[in-house]
Write a protein that binds this ligand. Structure first.
Ligand SMILES: [Zn+2]
Length: 334
């Protein structure tokens, strides 16, 4: 860690201390009158603070956070009001961020090959990822509003049977999940001092109807390849033929730390004819996937089929086309 960041690191530490104090105060204001408090409920606050500190140092270590964006990240974290144990926890929901409050399931057990402690860290890191993604997510809402006023966009969505503003919005939410998850996986394995597992095929009845997908995520695995296919259509990531899918995903994550991430996506596609159309189609299918998985775990009340099986093939085909055109396009531009 370079000394140049020391002032910001100190601010982060002070903020972390205040966050702990606010969270403890909030907890005791709620539970103060009760004699018996579940110890796990209370201790999730200290666990969160410890893992948050490790998360921040890991990001500096990985280079995602550096002198160009450290003040922004420190400010993002400063906005968290308090942390609390997740109330009435549904066993399928591990955590929730309802800005500016983060709620974490106080009693997370083992998960896949992760110990309960590591799984806790993964979940906390994932939520912190959402906090950092907030600024570009907000920009993506403006961009989505702009897109949805465009008649061409509306007719594309209509033709796909995905005529809803929400699908475009949720397309960006899928990217938000994958970016938060990729960083969380990196941080978790870094702490365990273990190499991340190789990607493997998994099947999922829920929305893929047993069609296998490739992933090494512990959570949100069904979105990983989808986000990689999207990343491959972005010329500003400067992907080369030598880049593995893992590297491509890291390039996407790195780009999300730039404060012009959404403008770069906009510049990539707007006024680009069929590339723009393909972009809209991909974004809407990503949105449908996000929406379907949330419907599956009971997090949204939408009706209708949750199967995305027929669309996923189309998604990858359009992705390839867009990637091909992008290559020619960059070549011609040079
Ligand atoms: Zn999430």
């Amino acid at each position: 860690m370079k000394a140049i960041n020391q002032k910001e690191v100190d601010t982060f530490k002070q903020n972390l201390f205040s966050l702990k104090k606010r969270s403890v105060d909030h907890f005791w204001n709620l539970h103060g009158k009760k004699l018996l408090v579940n110890h796990k409920d209370y201790s999730i606050i200290s666990t969160f603070i410890e893992e948050m500190e490790f998360y921040f140092y890991s990001l500096l270590q990985f280079g995602y956070v550096n002198s160009s964006n450290i003040s922004k990240v420190v400010r993002d974290f400063q906005g968290i009001s308090y942390v609390e144990p997740l109330k009435n926890s549904n066993e399928r929901i591990f955590a929730l961020t309802t800005w500016p409050v983060i709620s974490i399931h106080p009693d997370l057990g083992k998960y896949r090959n992760l110990s309960s402690k590591s799984f806790q860290q993964l979940i906390i890191s994932h939520e912190l990822g959402h906090i950092m993604n907030r600024s570009w997510k907000n920009e993506s809402i403006h961009f989505t509003n702009e897109l949805y006023q465009n008649n061409r966009v509306k007719s594309i969505l209509k033709n796909m049977g995905l005529n809803s503003y929400d699908y475009l919005k949720e397309g960006f939410e899928l990217l938000d999940e994958v970016i938060a998850q990729e960083i969380a996986e990196e941080v978790t394995y870094f702490k365990m001092n273990k190499k991340r597992p190789k990607r493997e095929y998994r099947t999922d009845k829920a929305i893929f109807e047993y069609q296998p997908y490739l992933t090494n995520f512990n959570l949100y695995g069904e979105f990983q390849e989808v986000a990689i296919a999207f990343a491959k259509t972005l010329s500003f990531l400067n992907i080369t033929t030598k880049d593995s899918d893992e590297v491509i995903l890291q390039k996407l994550v790195k780009a999300s730390f730039q404060n012009n991430f959404i403008s770069l996506i906009k510049q990539e596609f707007i006024n680009e004819g069929c590339r723009f159309d393909y972009f809209i189609m991909m974004l809407a299918i990503m949105g449908k996937m996000k929406s379907s998985t949330y419907q599956f775990v009971g997090l949204n009340q939408k009706k209708g089929s949750i199967s995305i099986h027929p669309m996923i093939q189309t998604y990858y085909e359009i992705g390839k086309l867009n990637q091909e055109i992008q290559k020619t396009y960059t070549y011609v531009k040079r």
